[in-house]
Design a protein around this ligand. Structure first.
Ligand code: THU
Length: 141
């Protein structure tokens, strides 16, 4: 598996795609706006934002929105997942999102970016989340 660090050009493109949809984040309760852009192995980019709900626990994170869009399109392998926020510091994917990304690629690159500070952090999911839960060898499902 190719786990070499992605090029700056690709990272910039993904961040840009996430920034474009950040305004669509629905976060009236927390006020934390998050957007994600996922690069699939097919070269396509899938985007998502966080979608909150008045029943708080129903909130969907941006990363899981983007991964769902990828799966809906028939792509199964995220190579890079960008997470963009309007908080001062870049944020890592929450535990639930780490597990969902790991389902499809435990060695995906994670790019975190703050539109406020311009700070970016790049890590591999295998370092952020080394032991994902696995039920069994995945079927084709
Ligand atoms: N959030 C995400 O969209 N992704 C994460 O990985 C962490 C948290 C969202 C969920 C909620 O709408 C807001 O950030 C505050 O928790």
């Amino acid at each position: 598996m190719d786990t070499s660090r992605p090029d700056k050009e690709v990272i910039d493109r993904l961040i840009g795609e996430a920034v474009r949809v950040l305004k669509n984040s629905y976060a009236p309760y927390s006020g934390v706006h998050v957007a994600s852009a996922v690069l699939g192995s097919n070269g396509r980019i899938y985007r998502g934002v966080n979608v909150e709900n008045s029943s708080y626990g129903l909130t969907i994170c941006a990363e899981r929105s983007a991964i769902s869009a990828m799966i809906t399109d028939g792509e199964r392998k995220p190579l890079i997942v960008a997470v963009v926020t309007d908080l001062e510091k870049p944020i890592p994917p929450c535990g639930a999102c780490r597990q969902v990304i790991a389902e499809f690629n435990p060695e995906a690159w994670i790019v975190m970016y703050s539109v406020k500070s311009g700070e970016r952090i790049i890590v591999n999911l295998k370092d952020l989340f080394p032991t994902p839960f696995k039920l069994s060898e995945k079927q084709d499902g």
